[in-house]
Ligand binder design. Structure first.
Ligand code: FES
Ligand code: MG
Length: 575
């Protein structure tokens, strides 16, 4: 930049200028009727909005952004809303995850390239949370997160119907011939009946809880329903608070410390959170230069109980969680298990925010002494089938299957799986292990949520509801089952998974953290010599770049060159 003296605020490198460039920076902004005094050096707050009609979970974000703006004005700041790539989980093919890192680049460059002093992140649907957190972390400005909030509980024929979870259950009922197609259609409008994101403890609710546990949002953010007036109050208060955070220079790296991530891992166990949080938190930590490893999930989380009785592991939904006291009430139960001194965006510690939080329903939020499930968290497996790790969520699995040896039934990719699964002549029974290849970061591409593959109809007809399933895929946070995920290296990167054949014996022993393929090293070496690496999914464009540079799941599946904090140094003038 041409100015020699350091500007008071970042935004003043644009708006504080008296020269030709200052004219350009201010004059075009004034076309909306902004008075001259708004450029006087007050904190400029960028509101990073993932509103999109193609992201139904975030479809109320214009209204939410207006509430944030009121708060920013009230505190003497100058709000400027901007759109970023919005990842709609239910629409985007082949999977929204393929674009998480792309959206994070949009966020990072939009923040750094613009006259922004502080950032508000509006996040909701699954990938919109990690993509914004990652991009913002690489810039490290004062930043506050606001989640869109969960939808009201789904209601169907007098009962509760949870996002995602109900689909997995009902579609198996239809396949087994126990539910009529008309009932299935009727359930569509019963499941999602208000603004907001999935109201099960799926990935969106998990990541909203992670944002709050990390200290990146005001207390209570995770569970307030999207359409509850108190969500608007939180947005407005967050708008007020971000202005103060700029004044205090409370940048993201002061909050996202190693302690904050350890707290988040523990809270993930206590809420029965999604396995997707493993990949997303590893990626966010990588962006803010906090060392975090796959094993940290097992070490910090696996002894913890799950306190929360929510679908998919339990029966309640996010609306019930909020009325029961929400995340602050749950964190209060973890008194001796969290780092109490971790700083949060309101300037207080996590413990200050939660120590007096009231709990209104002890059936929904249990205690450490009398938990909902004794062993929660994520188990990290190792073995010749996953030398760089794989994960399983024991609380969502069938206890009897956590130690199981069986014959592999192998699907080369998801098309092969769909083709073969309903074939009555498929040689499979409930003791087999279903193995799915080529659904990892490079293989799908994008690491699809294909890990909870459906069971073969002939097994379903026996009334069996779970089998051991193994893949390099992810699994929807709303899904459940004895499902081994995130096998690394993935098949498309030449992992042992690529070499598994029908009839091989696979041994899973979660207690011993072991996943072993009973095939000799010599035989595996022979099979490996015949293995052909796949071609990129496209010759050019984003998918080519992604394929070449994406890291494996155990490293957070970020692109290698995106890892790290690059700050928000002020770029050169544009004229
Ligand atoms: Fe958007 Fe579940 S599909 S949160
Ligand atoms: Mg999902």
């Amino acid at each position: 930049m041409s100015d020699t003296k350091k500007p008071l605020r970042r935004s003043q490198a644009w708006f504080g200028r008296q020269d030709r460039d200052g004219f350009i920076y201010r004059s075009w902004m004034k076309n909306r009727g902004i008075p001259h005094d708004q450029f006087d050096g007050r904190p400029v707050i960028g509101i990073c909005n993932t509103y999109s009609e193609l992201t139904p979970c975030n479809s109320h974000f214009r209204q939410l952004a207006e509430q944030v703006k009121i708060g920013v004005w009230e505190a003497g700041g100058f709000p400027l809303e901007f759109p970023v790539m919005s990842l709609g989980e239910t629409m985007l093919r082949p999977t929204a995850m393929l674009f998480r890192n792309l959206a994070s680049m949009d966020v990072e460059e939009s923040i750094r390239g613009n006259p922004i002093d502080g950032v508000v992140l509006l996040m909701g649907c699954d990938k919109t949370t990690p993509s914004l957190m990652m991009g913002a972390a690489s810039c490290d400005l004062p930043t506050i997160g606001i989640s869109g909030g969960p939808m009201l509980n789904g209601k169907y024929r007098g009962g509760e119907l949870g996002s995602g979870t109900g689909v997995w259950q009902m579609s198996e009922e239809v396949r087994a011939g126990r539910m009529a197609q008309e009932e299935f259609f009727e359930a569509e409008s019963c499941m999602h009946r208000s603004h907001g994101h999935c109201m099960t403890m799926g990935t969106a609710s998990t990541m909203a809880s992670m944002v709050e546990a990390l200290g990146m949002s005001l207390p209570g953010n995770a569970a307030i329903p999207a359409v509850d007036a108190r969500r608007n109050v939180l947005a407005r208060e967050s708008g007020r608070r971000i202005v103060k955070m700029v004044e205090e220079d409370l940048v993201m790296s002061k909050i996202l410390t190693r302690k904050a991530f350890e707290n988040a891992i523990r809270v993930n166990a206590a809420i029965g959170g999604s396995t997707n949080a493993v990949i997303h938190l590893l990626a966010i930590a990588g962006r803010i230069d906090v060392p975090l490893a796959l094993e940290d999930w097992d070490r910090l989380g696996h002894e913890l109980p799950c306190l929360l009785d929510l679908q998919p592991s339990g029966k309640h939904l996010m609306e019930d969680f909020y009325y029961a006291g929400g995340l602050p009430a749950l964190i209060r139960e973890l008194e001796g298990l969290i780092h109490q001194d971790a700083l949060t965006v309101n300037g207080k510690t996590l413990w200050d925010n939660c120590r007096n939080a009231p709990k209104w329903n002890s059936e929904v939020i249990r205690t450490v002494e009398e938990p909902f499930k004794a062993h929660a968290g994520i188990a990290v497996l190792r073995g010749n089938l996953c030398p760089d790790g794989a994960v399983i969520k024991p609380s969502a699995a069938t206890p009897a299957l956590l130690k199981h040896t069986g014959r592999a039934v192998v699907f080369e990719n998801s098309e092969h799986m769909h083709q073969r699964l309903d074939d009555e002549s498929l040689d499979v029974d409930e003791n087999c292990v279903l193995v799915l290849k080529n659904c990892g970061p490079k293989g799908y591409p994008g690491m699809a949520e294909a890990g909870n593959m459906p069971l073969p109809p002939k097994v379903l007809r026996k009334g069996i509801t779970d089998m051991v399933r193994i893949s390099d895929a992810r699994m929807s946070g709303t899904a459940y089952g004895t499902v081994v995920l995130h096998v690394a290296p993935e098949a498309a990167a030449g992992g042992t998974l690529a070499l598994v054949r029908d009839g091989d014996i696979v041994e899973l022993d979660v207690e011993a953290r072991r996943l072993h393929l009973h095939v000799s090293d010599e035989e595996l070496a022979q099979r490996r010599a015949a293995w052909q690496p796949p071609k990129p999914p496209m010759e050019g464009g984003w998918q080519r770049l992604y394929f070449e540079r994406v890291q494996q799941a155990n490293l957070g599946a970020d692109l290698d060159f995106l890892v790290g904090k690059r700050g928000a140094g002020i770029p050169k003038d544009n004229h």
